[in-house]
Design a protein around this ligand. Structure first.
Ligand code: CDP
Length: 210
């Protein structure tokens, strides 16, 4: 079973994907972490994430097993990720790694922006996870403050809106809800309630197919 989970920044898609993977015993790929790792590598080298050559070189050198899970969570890495993500050559390099992961016959959960539309268009179940901009800003603010990052609500909200805009308007693989994706709005849902709603969708889709 392949489950595709897409949605905007801090919508809760990562948490939903993690819970789905555990619940159904599937492995999971957080595809945003690949873009974050590429963006961070460019920043670490003193480069500009919008520089095509630097970003492509970082994507080609990426070692999936050596990603620093802590450092890629900074807001700077997130912003750099959304800049390298507009570059088609970067997406092409990362697309190969994602498709290889999804080709595992044991199945998988992948979460990102273009999983149901480009990476796994034939996924068994597609979820589009969303939440209001205010709620997403609150969640990301709590995460960043827990990491010790100082940023105001207003500044972060503007940053998230900027990333939403860039993700939804880029030419290559923009973020949008696939026609056959199930919408899951987590604005007023707890982590447990969002997970339960996701299991209900998956169970319903799989039951209808069998
Ligand atoms: O954690 P958050 O939702 O803020 O972002 P993420 O999922 O870690 O992704 C970081 C950035 O990578 C996004 O803003 C997208 O620009 C890009 N991305 C993408 O283009 N395609 C994906 N499948 C996953 C992420």
């Amino acid at each position: 079973m392949i489950i595709a989970v897409d949605g905007p920044t801090a919508s809760g898609k990562g948490t939903v994907a993690r819970n789905l993977a555990e619940h159904y015993g599937l492995k999971r790929l957080d595809t945003g972490s690949l873009y974050r790792a590429v963006g961070l590598a460019v920043l670490d080298a003193g480069g500009d994430p919008a520089d095509v050559r630097a970003a492509v070189a970082a994507a080609e050198a990426l070692d999936l097993d050596a990603i620093d899970e802590n450092r890629i969570r900074s807001s700077a890495a997130g912003l750099a990720a959304s800049k390298v993500a507009v570059i088609p050559e970067v997406r092409e390099v990362l697309r190969r790694a994602q498709k290889a992961f999804a080709a595992d016959p044991r199945g998988a959960v992948l979460d990102g922006r273009d999983i149901g539309t480009v990476i796994c268009p034939d996924a068994d179940v597609k979820l589009f996870v969303t939440a209001s901009l205010e709620e997403r800003t609150r969640r990301r603010l709590a995460e960043l403050r827990a990491r010790g990052e100082q940023i105001s609500f207003e500044e972060l909200q503007a940053q998230i809106a900027e990333r939403d805009e860039r993700d939804m308007t880029r030419k290559d693989s923009p973020l949008y809800q696939a026609a056959d994706a199930h919408l899951l709005d987590t604005t007023v849902l707890s982590i447990e309630a969002a997970a339960a709603a996701a299991y209900a969708i998956v169970d319903r889709v799989m039951a209808a197919r069998s």
